[in-house]
Design a binder for this molecule. Structure first.
Ligand SMILES: [Zn+2]
Ligand SMILES: [Zn+2]
Length: 328
């Protein structure tokens, strides 16, 4: 499903096209795609909030498939194995960020489904050293949402300080949050979920939330940490207003509407608001290992690839429980 020109998803900007079969170059491999998760970032690409540096482009960055060809320098034994691909497609490996364990901040980073064709397709070519083995207990469809929704949620929890336990507030309850709550509970957190949608509240309660309410509701006690998955900037400030001294709000989205102004007293006492930008390969490996160990259960709804426009429209309007996955 190819994006030729960004446009509101209601106008169905993705179109089925026959492209030449891509061949893996040196250091690359090719996957025969079996599943590709749908992420809000795909919506931002399709609608032009993230500007694709090249068009046409194939979106999709939670790719599961079977290796069917390897390029020069890649172990031939990988052919026939299952692998996953995430948002980070390449980094420079040389800049100060790459050399200090912060490759997610590399200025030369390239992203799957934005700079290079992604997984809304039958075939995808990727750098072999940016692929991941997937835990055996997960079907292709169940594994797909771990690759971005899961990994970004995991990094957000870590940056918010929630992997040490405590009282965590989650704002917005979509694909990423439904994995993050399971990681947080495994880490010993009490989890409070702020979302307006009744179906999301029920889903949160079924996954162990101790309290659910609207973003404007007062929780029974102050939060030690908060993660904002919602793209609404005002929720970052609402999270801050509910935060105990020394707490951190981590905003997980690639884009967010403007944060309303707020008094300095909201960040006094060492409260912090920070963003989460991409994730390192180490984050991905850690989350995948943790997913197998907990084990995490992903709620997925599988749709045919031809329905990619409809899938993105549902993400836009929060008409999803858990994650959507496309099958070519
Ligand atoms: Zn770099
Ligand atoms: Zn994503």
């Amino acid at each position: 499903m190819v994006l030729e020109a960004p446009a509101p998803v209601e106008s169905r900007p993705l179109a089925m096209r026959d492209l030449d079969e891509p061949n893996p170059g040196p250091g690359q491999l090719r996957l025969r795609v079996t599943a590709c998760g749908v992420c809000r970032t795909d919506l931002h690409t399709v609608e032009g909030e993230l500007v694709p540096p090249r068009l046409p482009v194939v979106p999709g960055h939670q790719i599961v498939g079977v290796v069917d060809e390897v390029g020069e320098g890649v172990a031939p034994g990988l052919v026939g194995t299952r692998a996953g691909v995430a948002w980070m497609a390449a980094t420079c490996d040389a800049c100060p960020f790459c050399r200090s364990g912060r490759e997610n901040l590399c200025p030369e980073a390239r992203f799957t489904g934005l700079h290079v064709n992604g997984g809304y397709a039958k075939l995808a070519v990727t750098r072999a050293d940016f692929t991941y083995p997937l835990p055996a207990g997960f079907s292709d469809e169940q594994a797909a949402p771990l690759l971005c929704a899961g990994v970004i949620g995991y990094r957000a929890l870590r940056l918010a300080g929630a992997l040490a336990g405590g009282r965590l507030g989650i704002f917005g309850f979509g694909a990423s949050a439904h994995v993050a709550i399971q990681v947080a509970r495994h880490a010993g957190c009490e989890v409070l979920v702020f979302t307006r949608a009744e179906r999301h509240r029920e889903h949160a309660l079924s996954l162990g939330a101790t309290w659910v309410g609207s973003p404007s509701d007062r929780p029974p006690a102050a939060l030690d940490h908060a993660v904002v998955f919602s793209p609404a900037g005002e929720q970052a400030v609402e999270a801050l207003q509910r935060l105990a001294r020394g707490g951190t709000v981590a905003c997980a989205g690639v884009t967010m509407s403007d944060l309303p102004g707020f008094p300095y007293s909201l960040i006094y006492h060492e409260r912090a608001v920070r963003s989460v930008a991409n994730a390192t390969r180490g984050d991905a490996r850690e989350l995948l290992e943790l997913a197998a160990r907990i084990p995490i259960t992903t709620s997925v709804e599988v749709l045919p690839l031809t329905e990619a426009n409809d899938a993105l429209a549902r993400v836009k309007h929060s008409r999803v429980t858990g994650a959507l996955v496309l099958r070519p």
